[in-house]
Structures are given as C-alpha cells and as structure tokens.
Ligand binder design. Structure first.
Ligand SMILES: Cc1cc2nc3c(=O)[nH]c(=O)nc-3n(C[C@H](O)[C@H](O)[C@H](O)COP(=O)(O)OP(=O)(O)OC[C@H]3O[C@@H](n4cnc5c(N)ncnc54)[C@H](O)[C@@H]3O)c2cc1C
Ligand code: SF4
Length: 407
C-alpha cells in the first residue's frame, strides 16, 4: 500500500476550527446555499446546528436528506452549487460548506449514530442495477418507503465510480464503504459480481420485481481511434481502477502523458505525481478557462507539479511518441512517454440492456423508461456529478413509488 495515495489530502476541521468557520455564516433567511443544492441538502440548517454545538442535529439534517452525505462533503464541486450562491461571497469568500459537512458526517460515524430507518414493509420489491451513488440513494429512499431492495452490481465491490475511479487521497474507500453499510443496515441486499445482461437478463428482472431501476452509469473505458492497439496507452478509468484495487501499488513509468481536461484527467495526473512519477504532462484540447474539471481538482494537479498544456489535441502517435497540435496557435509538440493515459470520456452499455439511448443518455425525458423500468444517475439528462446522481436517485425512487401506488 502506498500511504500518500491512500491518505486524505485535505485536512479535516477540529471542533475549534469548525466552530470558527460556522461563525462566519450569516444564517441567511431563505438561504441561497440551500436553494442551490441539487440534492436539496440544507446547509443553512446544519450550519446553524453546528453554531449551537448541536452536532447530532446537524448530522441528522445531512443524513436524512442525502445517503451519500460524507461522499458529497468530499467530492462535490460546490463552486458550481452552494458555495457559488453563498451570500458571504459578497463580503470575502464563501463558507466552506463541504468542509463543515465533512466534520458533521465524520462526527456521525465517530459516535456511531444510526439515523436511517427502514419503513414498514409494503410487500413490494425493486431491483436496482448498479451500486453507484444514484443507485445507493434510490435504495435508501425506497427502503425508507417500505420496499424490499436488491442491488445488482457487476463488480466484486460496490460504489461505482466513487470507489473505482475517484482516488483515495480525495475520497477514501473506507468512506464509500461506510455510506453503503448504512443503507445495507436498513435492508439493502447487495448482489455483487452479478452482471445484468450476462448473469441475469433484463426480462427476468422485469418479471421478478415490481420495478427495475437502471443505474449502470457511463463508466465504460473509451480510447481514441489513433491509440487503438497501442501498448503504452490506457483509458483513464481502467488506470484509476487498477490504482484503487492495488491501493497505488503499481508499476510506474518515468514519464507519463495524460490526455483530457476533466475530472478523470486531473485525477490520473495528480495520482501519478503523488505516487512519485517524475514527469507528468497533461494535454487538453480545451483552454484553461474552459476546463471541465472542478477548480479543486485542477488546483491539486497544479500543486502536485503536473505540467498542463492547454489548447493541444493529439494529431499523431508512433509507439510512445505522441504529436500534439495547438487548436489556435501555430504550435506543435512531440513528446515521448512510457505511459499514455486517455481521459477522453467514457461510454455506457445501457443500450445492451434494451434501453433506448441517445449517445450516453437515456432517450426518455426524465427517469421513466416504460413498462416497469426507470433510470437514474449519469444516464439521465443533467450534470454528471455525484450530487446530481443523488438527485436523480431520489427522483427515480419517488417516481417508482408513485408508479407502484405509493403517495
Ligand atoms: C475519475 C473520475 C472522477 C470524478 N470526480 C468527481 C468529483 O470529484 N465530483 C463529482 O461530483 N463527480 C465526479 N465524477 C463523476 C461521478 O463519479 C459520477 O457522476 C457518478 O459516480 C455517477 O453515478 P451513477 O449513479 O450514475 O453510477 P456510477 O458511479 O457510474 O456506477 C455505475 C455502476 O453500475 C455498475 N454496472 C454497470 N453495468 C452493470 C450491469 N450490466 N450489471 C450490474 N452492474 C452494472 C458499474 O459496475 C458501476 O458500479 C468523477 C468521475 C470520474 C470518472
Ligand atoms: S448562503 Fe452562506 S452565509 Fe448564508 S446561510 Fe448559506 S452558508 Fe451561511
């Protein structure tokens, strides 16, 4: 195990520092931070509880609303949501809402709170395909409503991209496991190592369950045509999964090139640096101002010493030598690398389950797909972030409940 890789990079608040940060909150009426959370978390409410040292109350506010509260506290790009809306921006800087949320959910675990409760059994059962955040949130909500829930996951471990893609220095696997354990504790039945479409068919699930929720995500590795068959090239999600499985204990190159400008690219680049690779160069078609990766991820990669070449796209490859050309400038760069990580987007195999797809999203407008089938997570239109997956998991659970005659 490589310790730097598994150690959380961002320090946690102590009781004293969290009280200081909470004291900066203006306790706004009709708080804009709360209105800006896609998953309807209520920062104004839990920060007010923290101000009064009511950490238990704060933990209840977070957990009752969001089964992935500790995960979101670590990876949510808050600069696009609650922090952007925070009234304190107009004075100095936004409240560190996610940092306070992390303190609160860590507290919940430390004192062993059991907040989620299963509803009275209603005799109906739902199958969820995929154990990513959308699937886990939907499972929690359906269990609260009294449904029996089986979660089918093709991997041997649950958590989706949270576990296999987001590196441990940002999101420890133990945090993901603890969130899922809370949902298992109220009855979620995880069926691991079972791929729907191979080990069991969609038709069998539709027959056996009152409703089926498809949350298979868009995490399938993709590669650019010019790198097909190149022994030095690997898709970023494949590379990050290997790092996660082996806790960073992998064979390392001297020089690495990472292609792409999103979360995946930043995670692969920063991971390589943390593990000690000397030269890591990131090439991306987008210019820095249009970067898709979150501000925090970009900052981590830069702080680690990743060289970022923005505005460059690959135009040719010969073994380990890649040629990049700038999109606007008359500039070409040739670089040699022992490892070429391709973070150029991912795909989905949802179509193979008979789901009508348009590119990587379900064709349906919303989560209902016809018959007794629903969708959640990245497959549904909307942002491709954890908090949005949580939102869509909640919406799908509510739609299933309405379809099956609930409230
Ligand atoms: C490298 C990387 C970094 C990211 N960083 C961030 C970040 O910092 N912040 C953020 O908000 N978002 C981030 N994201 C995006 C975020 O991870 C996704 O938006 C989120 O995980 C999508 O959740 P989901 O519910 O759609 O399921 P996913 O997490 O995609 O999981 C789907 C699950 O379904 C399983 N599955 C697939 N097919 C089948 C089948 N046929 N049968 C059974 N199981 C199946 C898969 O094995 C997987 O476990 C990142 C993504 C990547 C790739
Ligand atoms: S908007 Fe900012 S200052 Fe106002 S309640 Fe929310 S966190 Fe506090």
């Amino acid at each position: 195990m490589t310790q730097e890789f598994t150690k959380e990079l961002k320090p946690a608040y102590t009781v004293m520092t969290v009280m200081e940060e909470a004291a900066r909150c203006l306790l706004c009426h009709d708080a804009p931070c709360s209105a800006a959370c896609p998953a309807h978390t209520d920062p104004a409410r839990f920060i007010r509880s923290v101000r009064f040292r009511n950490f238990k109350g704060a933990a209840e506010t977070v957990r009752k609303n969001n089964a992935l509260g500790a995960v979101c506290a670590r990876v949510c790009p808050t600069e696009r949501y609650c922090a952007e809306a925070c009234s304190r921006c107009g004075i100095d800087k936004p409240i560190d809402i996610s940092g306070i949320q992390r303190f609160v959910t860590d507290f919940e675990d430390k004192v062993g709170m059991k907040i989620l409760e299963k509803g009275e059994d209603n005799g109906k059962k739902v199958a969820i395909i995929g154990s990513g955040p959308g699937g886990i949130q939907a499972a929690a909500d359906l269990l609260k409503l009294g449904y029996a829930v089986d979660v089918y996951e093709k991997d041997e471990l649950p958590g989706g991209l949270l576990r296999k893609a987001i590196p441990e220095y940002r999101l420890p696997n133990a945090v993901v496991a603890s969130e899922i354990a809370k949902v298992q504790a109220i009855g979620a039945n995880l069926i691991l190592g079972c791929e729907v479409g191979k080990d069991i068919t969609m038709d069998e699930l539709k027959e056996k369950y009152d409703a089926v929720l498809v949350d298979v995500g868009i995490g399938e590795p993709q590669i650019l045509d010019m790198f097909e068959g190149n022994e030095y090239a690997v898709p970023s999600v494949t590379f990050l999964k290997e790092l996660s499985d082996k806790q960073g204990d992998v064979e390392l190159p001297d020089n690495a090139v990472v292609i792409g400008g999103g979360d995946s690219a930043m995670d692969a680049s920063a991971s390589l640096k943390i593990l000690g690779v000397q030269n890591v160069t990131n090439f991306t078609r987008k210019e820095l101002v249009d970067f898709r990766a979150s501000k925090e991820e970009l900052e981590i990669a830069r702080a680690m010493g990743v060289t970022i070449m923005d505005g460059y796209a690959p135009v040719a490859v010969d073994g380990k030598t890649v040629t990049f050309r700038h999109r606007k400038l008359n500039s070409e760069v040739k670089i040699e690398a022992d490892l070429i990580v391709l973070a150029v987007g991912q795909g989905t195999k949802a179509g193979e389950l008979g789901i009508d797809m348009v590119k990587n999203e379900v064709a349906a407008d919303g989560c209902y797909l016809g018959d007794n089938v629903f969708a959640a997570g990245d497959l549904v239109k909307g942002d491709k972030t954890v908090v949005y997956a949580v939102k869509k998991g909640k919406e799908a659970a509510a739609a299933i409940d309405a379809y099956l005659g609930g409230k």
